[in-house]
Structure formats: structure tokens, C-alpha cells
Design a protein around this ligand. Structure first.
Ligand code: A2P
Length: 281
């Protein structure tokens, strides 16, 4: 498995198993078991996914040694702030039956529409994240759904800038300015919903490229993102598709094909703009 090295020297596999929307206990067990057997070594979860306990059980049942798996978790919006984030992390560590997370991420920036003091809230939360990092409870800290304005604001108070920013990223939703910003600042981009939540896989241009390489549309999307050194965490509950999603290293798109995917118009996905979204608080 190809890996990326974060600024602090931590190695992270370029493909992980996503677990958003997988809550049924037996399904979680099967997904984690299948993913590990098929070569996945990164699992992405979040307090808000309500599956931490099941994932921990699955890791235990499969007999996966802690050192053999990279666990990435996220703090939910109701636990922002210096103390809040530390308490939340400790609760999640307990649920996951581990004494450290490999990666721990802030799930959403405070909404600019809901909180006039959004910048202070984010800064305070981040101080708590830095504390967790300095105490060794988390090996790398990062954010999700942060755009350039959030990151630039954070820069004013942060001692350590995020190592990772997990955002929606797939053909049709490339966020190129953020991509360039993260490259320049050595922040690793991680693609949540790298398949556009499954909605972009019927796109005619993606299908055409896939057929040319005798690959599937999902494999094309993942190969395209990985080439940009973006971590992808496709979610699937099907062993066949979990396998398909990790077999993406043995072909190369040509430059014209990359350009088509780079410049593709929006064709589906989650599409939540952190500056607009208010329903999560
Ligand atoms: P399923 O769980 O039935 O496989 P994303 O990771 O972008 O959020 O996409 C997840 C969605 O894409 C899920 O609905 C998942 O359905 C579907 N999916 C995952 N892998 C594949 C694949 N290789 N081919 C088709 N659909 C897939």
C-alpha cells in the first residue's frame, strides 16, 4: 500500500476504509474484517458516526494488533472548545479501547452564520487539539471541512497548523484553490466521499475513461485522487466493492483523461459548503 508522510513524519496509507453511514453492528464487523483482510490499514470514523464501539469490537474480534491499524477519529461540533475537545477525545478513546488515535480531526469549523465569534471558537478548539497532540494521545491532528479562510484564521493563533484537512473531493468537486493552498502549506488533503457518495459513478465521461482502461468508474476516481497524493476513504459495505476500491494502483490515466476529470462540472456528491451549512451547529 502506498503511503503519504505527514509533516511530522507519520506515515498514512493513501487508501482507507470510510465508515460514515455504517452503523449496523454486524455490518461494521464485516466491513472492518473484509477491509483488513483485503489490505486496508486505515479506518476513518467519527464520534458522530455512532460506530466507534462496533469498530473497536470488530478490530478486537479480527485480532488486529493495534500497531497494524491507523485509526482516525473526529470530534463532533457539540464538543468544541479547549476542554470540550479534550473530554470528547478521551471519551472516544475509551469507546475505541485504545490509548491513542493515529489521527484526530475537528469535524466542522464553527459556522460563520451561527457564531459571530466563530474564529475564537475554532482557535480555542484547536488549542485543545494541540494539547492532545503534545500529550501524545493523538499522533496527528487535523481538521475537516476547513476552507482557506478557516485555515488562514487558524494560522493567527495556532502553534501547529493542521497536518490534514479532510474535505469533499472528487471529479466534479475538485476545490482547486484549497488543493493548491494545502500543497503550498504541506497540509495533506484527505478526500471524504471520493466517489461523490456514489452519485458520480454514472457520469458518461468517467465511464468512458474507465472502459478504456478496463477499470470501473470508482477505480478511476480513486486512482485520479491518489495520483495527486490525496488520501481517499471510500465507504462500501460490499466485500466486492471494498476489494475493487483498493485495487487502483496498477494503471495510469493519461494527461488528457486527468484534465477531463480535473475540469469536470459538478455532477453529484454531498456538496455542503462549510460557510453555508448551519444544520450541524
Ligand atoms: P455500497 O456501500 O453499497 O458499496 P463515498 O465513499 O464517496 O461516500 O461513496 C459511498 C457510496 O458509493 C456508497 O453508496 C457505496 O455503496 C458506493 N460505492 C462504494 N464503492 C463503490 C464501487 N466500487 N462501485 C459502486 N459503488 C460504490
Amino acid at each position: 500500500m502506498k503511503e503519504i508522510i505527514l509533516r511530522n513524519g507519520i506515515n498514512v496509507p493513501l487508501i482507507g476504509i470510510g465508515t460514515w453511514q455504517i452503523t449496523d453492528r454486524d455490518t461494521v464487523m464485516n466491513v472492518i474484517n473484509d477491509a483488513y483482510e483485503l489490505g486496508y490499514r486505515l479506518v476513518d470514523t467519527a464520534a458522530a458516526y455512532s460506530n466507534e464501539i462496533s469498530i473497536a469490537k470488530a478490530i478486537e474480534n479480527a485480532g488486529i494488533p493495534r500497531g497494524q491499524i491507523i485509526i482516525s477519529d473526529k470530534v463532533w461540533n457539540s464538543s468544541r472548545g479547549y476542554e470540550g475537545v479534550q473530554d470528547a477525545c478521551k471519551r472516544s478513546l475509551k469507546k475505541m479501547k485504545t490509548d491513542y488515535f493515529d489521527m484526530y480531526l475537528v469535524h466542522w469549523p464553527a459556522s460563520k452564520k451561527l457564531y459571530p465569534d466563530w474564529a475564537e471558537i475554532n482557535a480555542d478548539t484547536w488549542r485543545g487539539m494541540e494539547r492532545l497532540y503534545s500529550e501524545g494521545l493523538v499522533k496527528a491532528i487535523g481538521v475537516c471541512n476547513y476552507n482557506i479562510s478557516h485555515l488562514e484564521e487558524l494560522r493567527k493563533t495556532a502553534e501547529i497548523m493542521p497536518f490534514v484537512d479532510q474535505v469533499e473531493f472528487h471529479p466534479g468537486y475538485i476545490q482547486s484553490e484549497l488543493f493548491d493552498y494545502c500543497k503550498r502549506n504541506n497540509i495533506c488533503l484527505e478526500a471524504s466521499s471520493p466517489l461523490g457518495n456514489g452519485q458520480i459513478l454514472n457520469n458518461k465521461e468517467i465511464i468512458k475513461i474507465a472502459e478504456k482502461h478496463t477499470k470501473t468508474p470508482a477505480q478511476v476516481c480513486l486512482n485520479w485522487a491518489i495520483k495527486k497524493e490525496i488520501i481517499v476513504i471510500p465507504k462500501s459495505t460490499s466485500r466486492k466493492r471494498i476489494e475493487e476500491n483498493i485495487n487502483v494502483f496498477n494503471f495510469e490515466l493519461d494527461l488528457d483523461e486527468e484534465k477531463i476529470l480535473d475540469e469536470m462540472a459538478y455532477c453529484g456528491g454531498i456538496g455542503l459548503n462549510p460557510d453555508e451549512v448551519t444544520e450541524f451547529g
